[in-house]
Design a protein around this ligand. Sequence first.
Ligand SMILES: CC(C)(COP(=O)(O)OP(=O)(O)OC[C@H]1O[C@@H](n2cnc3c(N)ncnc32)[C@H](O)[C@@H]1OP(=O)(O)O)[C@@H](O)C(=O)NCCC(=O)NCCS
Length: 162
Amino acid sequence: MAWIVEKLQRKKGDCWSTTIEALETLERRTFPKSECMDVRAELSKSSTMCWVVRPAQTIPKGHEGPSVLGTIIIQVARGGRYRIHKLSVAERWRGQGMGGVLIDHFLSWMREQGEDRECDLFVDTARQPAISLYTKYQFTRVRHISNYYGTDRDAWYMQLLL
Ligand SMILES: CC(C)(COP(=O)(O)OP(=O)(O)OC[C@H]1O[C@@H](n2cnc3c(N)ncnc32)[C@H](O)[C@@H]1OP(=O)(O)O)[C@@H](O)C(=O)NCCC(=O)NCCS
């Protein structure tokens, strides 16, 4: 299936509600309940940015799939600092380059903002595909944090400095 990446613009109406619902479904299916964010609340913040992958073609009515196949959600702090809060691609669509393209879009945007930018994140040490993806994009493992996500569920704190 052809797909496109777009930066989500805050707007009201049907399209916005459908997108929020699709993001909520993606979140629920990807992360344990205790780690699911409140998508609506998060996206209503002016300090949050989001890119989504959507199917590119017009699909005949009645045959529509999810309107969002993947997303990257970024929290913006002061002084050129950004945090990848969430990165996810629906299971069925993984391994086709969507995760890489999402991170590419965000990093290109970040580079356009000027020099001395940094981006960080926490990732479960068991999420090997995500760790490989971040490493491919030059993030480095800065710190190992035991029990970050719960008992025996550790995290890597990773960082990219530009
Ligand atoms: C991490 C995730 C977003 C990757 O998305 P994706 O669309 O499958 O990734 P891509 O196809 O763009 O692959 C890009 C790179 O990711 C890494 N990667 C992807 N799948 C991988 C796998 N199964 N094993 C190891 N590395 C993998 C590779 O470095 C790959 O580059 P390569 O193709 O040159 O080897 C996806 O697996 C996912 O949603 N996982 C669950 C949620 C999650 O762990 N999120 C991160 C924590 S917030």
